[in-house]
Design a protein around this ligand. Structure first.
Ligand SMILES: *[C@@H]1O[C@H](CO)[C@@H](O)[C@H](O)[C@H]1NC(C)=O
Ligand SMILES: *[C@@H]1O[C@H](CO)[C@@H](O)[C@H](O)[C@H]1NC(C)=O
Length: 459
């Protein structure tokens, strides 16, 4: 009896073995051997028509029935959380305990890498980078740590810096090749800029609000003393090659110009410039800014504000949680970066979707998240995220963002584009002829009728 059922399993599984990766073979094998009756049902459904009554066929064309086995309906939950469960590379009958060395905190944070859902398959480039793994640059008055393609190769289109300034501290006057988009995490930051037509700008930016400087526009950042701690913010640059160490700094430049040229340029004497720094300052302490008044400017102010109060924006309709979108339709100057700030309540998900023409760079602010990236050709991989982590989803790849914790999940979706766009899987199916959907997925009329013709975003 035992040898007969083993033999049966082997025969039934033979056709899928050559196409499926090793992990899914053993998963199918374990599910198959668990229940002989399930195998019988599945194989019947696979190889016989159930929708066309016998004897009514008038054509030799293939029938609209499934030609491959049904996907498993077994759940694939996260195996443990940060505070519950012991990490082990075991899922059901798959895997085995770890008996060599283990980095337990890392394994606790990445349950879906260590014990992946059986729906994962093939290869997807690493799509998680914790700022905690970034080298930090400590200065008097603050710090800065960056993420770019040097550490996170998948993220070719955007790079980021997480920066902290104590009250009054200044990120010095500078400019760079890329645009700069920012989201304030804590405190208030005062920004200044002057555009190429000599129009100036000063603005204070608080938690949840944004700034944006077009490429090459000189600017400064300074924490106010609105909060005793100063401020912390996230900077996004629209090129994954960006390096915070390669920006053009005022002090760095002037310390590399011959003094007689400085004298001619400013119609000044060397004595007037005898106290300029001999090297760059980058981040340094100073007295907090006293007000937000710009210098009187004969050219006037920049026509489009370099700051945007995202915290004051109305939510985009969503079935659950909150979604706020900022792109060039409202934050007109921000033509190379668009963003959505999303909250997902416990038990909810940011629905299955993709972004048609742009990469997504995500930043996790609060809570815990699980994301599976579908990369076509059967490739899918699942990642887990905690506060301070970065995620990345290449253009057009399908994904969801699930709140896997007990608290609200809050994160940012950031895109190198002028207009936010996404395609909802649910809405797509609801607005496609039902017969077409049924032919693909075998859904009942009731299930098809319950699809949502409007976008739910978070459900
Ligand atoms: C904040 O900074 C301003 C300007 O430097 C200063 O006048 C004020 O006393 C400071 N407030 C606190 C609470 O330090
Ligand atoms: C989340 O809630 C579940 C169910 O109430 C509980 O078992 C678990 O310990 C909680 N986890 C945390 C991190 O609070």
């Amino acid at each position: 009896m035992l040898s007969l059922s083993l033999c049966l399993c082997a025969l039934l599984l033979a056709p899928s073995v050559s196409a499926a990766p090793a992990s899914s073979i053993s998963s199918v094998a374990s599910q198959a051997s668990a229940s002989a009756s399930t195998i019988g049902t599945a194989s019947t459904a696979v190889f016989e028509s159930s929708s066309t009554p016998a004897g009514t066929e008038t054509s030799s064309a293939a029938e609209s029935t499934a030609t491959v086995p049904y996907a498993s309906t077994n759940p694939n939950y996260v195996m443990w959380g940060l505070d519950n469960g012991t990490p082990a590379p075991i899922r059901g009958s798959l895997g085995a305990s770890i008996i060599g060395p283990a980095n337990v905190p890392m394994e606790q944070e990445n349950p879906d890498l260590f014990a992946p859902p059986t729906t994962d398959a093939g290869t997807v480039g690493n799509a998680k980078w914790p700022f905690a793994l970034s080298h930090n640059r400590l200065q008097t008055g603050g710090w800065a740590r960056q993420e770019n393609v040097d550490v996170f190769p998948i993220a070719t289109s955007m790079a980021a810096v997480n920066m902290r300034l104590e009250a009054g501290a200044i990120r010095e006057l500078h400019w760079h090749l890329t645009s700069e988009w920012a989201y304030v995490l804590k405190g208030t930051t005062q920004v200044t800029a002057v555009d190429s037509q000599g129009r100036n700008f000063v603005g204070n930016v608080g938690p949840g609000d944004l700034w944006y400087f077009p490429p090459g526009i000189p600017h400064s950042l300074q924490a106010t003393n609105d909060s005793a701690d100063g401020s912390e913010f996230l900077l996004i640059f629209d090129n994954g090659d960006f390096s915070e160490d390669a920006t053009f700094l005022l002090t760095d430049w002037l310390s590399h110009v011959p003094m007689e040229v400085i004298e001619k340029n400013f119609k000044a004497t060397a004595a007037d410039f005898s106290e300029i720094p001999a090297q760059q300052l980058y981040i340094f302490p100073a007295a907090a800014p006293a007000n937000t008044d710009p210098v009187s400017d004969p050219q006037g102010q920049v026509p489009d504000s370099f700051t945007y109060a995202l915290s004051q924006v109305n939510n985009t309709p969503s079935a659950a949680g909150t979604v706020k979108i900022a792109d060039s339709t409202t934050f007109t100057v921000a033509t190379t970066i668009a963003a959505a700030e999303v909250t997902v309540p416990p038990g909810s998900i940011r629905e299955l979707h993709w972004h048609p023409t742009m990469d997504e760079w995500s930043f996790f602010i609060e809570g815990e998240a699980r994301v599976t990236i579908f990369a076509a050709q059967g490739n899918a991989r699942t990642f887990n995220f905690q506060p301070g982590d970065i995620g990345f989803v290449p253009t057009a790849m399908g994904h969801y963002v699930e709140n896997t914790g007990n608290t609200t999940l809050k994160y940012l979706e950031i895109f190198n584009t002028d207009k936010y766009q996404d395609v909802s899987l649910n809405q797509w199916l609801a607005l496609t002829p039902p017969a077409l959907v049924k032919a693909h997925l075998g859904l009942s009329d009731e299930t098809i009728a319950s699809l949502s013709k409007t976008k739910n975003i978070v459900i």
